[in-house]
Design a protein around this ligand. Structure first.
Ligand code: PRP
Ligand code: URA
Length: 208
């Protein structure tokens, strides 16, 4: 069964992605937009999180309430996923954060892992892989491979802009991982950049 693909049609997301893409959007504004868009996408991605019923004593009486019942891990793919993790942590401070350092080799476009401290059975019910750009899909596939090898039972991927090639790679390798995306672009260019895309998401966030 192929992964479900959720592309946001929300006007507030589309507006922000248009500004994000602009080549003259400055770093400080770019970072804020990444965080805002990530929060909107997270709202959709968290729709099926399990709840447990509790009783809350209000000043007047007892109310029935619902609390999150799942142990949720945020997995930002360094560097570019960092801003997304910060935004989601603000929305859900109970989440834990599991950094994963991957970079694409410029020649082969294959992901190289340079930081991974995720233990076996990290005690999560669901992990959210966070990376603004799904290009060839190599990094997303590698991140999901690592999390599955660590026995994380359920994965979701949140990305701002995806290429069809990256979606196809994820559907082939991880058909069980749903994708929550801001927009799907046209194609990859000859050096593996998303067109029209926004350029290098890490460089644009951190001014490098
Ligand atoms: C970018 C991006 C993804 C990856 C996507 O990271 O943040 O992690 O490329 O490309 P893929 O789908 O072809 O794997 P990059 O390798 O540039 O590292 P950086 O964030 O440290 O700049
Ligand atoms: N990584 C980026 O930051 N941008 C792309 O277009 C592709 C990979």
């Amino acid at each position: 069964m192929p992964a479900s693909i959720h592309v946001s049609e929300h006007p507030l997301v589309q507006h922000r992605i248009a500004v994000l893409r602009h080549k003259d959007t400055p770093c400080v504004h770019f970072r804020a937009l990444v965080q805002e868009i990530a929060q909107f996408l997270f709202y959709e991605a968290s729709r099926d999180f399990r709840l447990r019923t509790i009783t809350v004593p209000t000043p007047l009486a007892e109310a029935t309430g619902q609390m999150l019942a799942e142990r949720i891990g945020l997995v930002p793919v360094l560097r570019a996923g960092l801003g997304m993790a910060q935004a989601l942590l603000s929305a859900m401070p109970e989440a834990t954060v599991w950094h994963l350092g991957l970079y694409r080799d410029h020649e082969t476009l294959q992901p190289i892992t340079y930081y991974n401290k995720i233990p076996q059975n990290p005690g999560l019910d669901v992990a959210l892989v966070l990376d603004p750009m799904l290009a060839t899909g190599g990094s997303a596939v590698a991140a999901c491979n690592i999390l599955k090898a660590a026995q994380v039972p359920r994965l979701k991927y949140i990305g701002l802009i995806a290429a069809p090639e990256g979606i196809a790679a994820m559907q082939a390798a991880h058909p069980d991982v749903p994708l929550y995306l801001g927009e799907i672009d046209s194609h990859l260019n000859e050096i593996g950049y998303i067109v029209p895309g926004l350029g290098d998401a890490g460089d644009r966030q951190f001014g490098t």
